[in-house]
Write a protein that binds this ligand. Structure first.
Ligand code: DX5
Ligand code: ZN
Length: 218
């Protein structure tokens, strides 16, 4: 299957968001939205006041990445926006002492595809118990919180390990990689087993974002 590209709006021009969404509508496979709470991750981003109006102008499917504690408080409200994909961090489930599998099933019952995200310091094997419940695993290739960070090369090994386990168990679970992805590593990530790449700065800081999206797809 062709690599899917999910540009992250975190690197877009927030004074002209509609313009960037229109561009993505015509060119992106998905639009990646990063929700941060300053607690699970050391930064704040945006919430419903941005995502609600944006969901009305976006025709490309939305992929929302929750980097917040107690993400389950908001699953229903996000799902009501008609998102295609919704992910939360395993670290957040652990902090509130909840079973991540149960949380993934909650998301699916509400409509969106359910994703489990992990930061680079979480052993990739920690998601193995949830591969039946997850529609996708979001493997962070930088520490969640900021755009524009350098890709962590160990991600390749983590993706290969995860892909091998998914194949061994013949599961439909997809792999999404997020952080520091650009033209220098997208094709190799696809080769390693990645289905979806998130790309913030490499798309929005490029001269021709639409052409960069196409080039990332390969
Ligand atoms: C980081 C976010 C990413 C970020 C990626 O915490 O989850 O989605 O926007 O940005 P780049 O592609 O610039 O690393
Ligand atoms: Zn993200």
């Amino acid at each position: 299957m062709q690599l899917q590209v999910a540009p992250s709006l975190l690197s877009a021009d927030f004074l002209h968001l509609e313009k960037d969404v229109q561009m993505l509508n015509g060119h992106a496979d998905l639009i990646h939205l990063d929700v941060m709470d300053g607690t699970l991750v050391p930064n704040l981003s945006f919430g419903f006041s941005i995502i609600e109006p944006l969901s009305k102008v976006a025709t490309a499917p939305l992929d929302t990445h929750l980097m917040i504690v107690h993400p389950d408080k908001y699953f229903a409200r996000f799902a009501a926006l008609g998102l295609r994909m919704l992910s939360f961090h395993l670290e957040a489930a652990r902090q509130e002492g909840r079973d991540a599998g149960e949380m993934l099933r909650e998301i699916k019952a509400l409509g969106p595809q359910a994703g489990l995200a992990i930061n680079p310091d979480i052993p990739v094997e920690d998601v193995f118990p949830y591969l039946e419940d997850a529609d996708f695993i979001l493997v962070m290739s930088v520490f969640a919180g900021f755009g524009g960070q350098a890709f962590i090369p160990e991600t390749f090994e983590r993706v290969r390990t995860l892909k091998a386990e998914i194949k061994r168990r013949k599961l439909p679970c997809k792999i999404e990689v997020d952080g520091g992805v650009g033209l220098s590593n997208a094709a190799a990530l696809h080769e390693a087993g990645v289905d979806i790449v998130v790309a913030g700065s490499s798309v929005f800081k490029s001269e021709d974002p639409a052409a960069t999206i196409a080039a990332l797809r390969g």
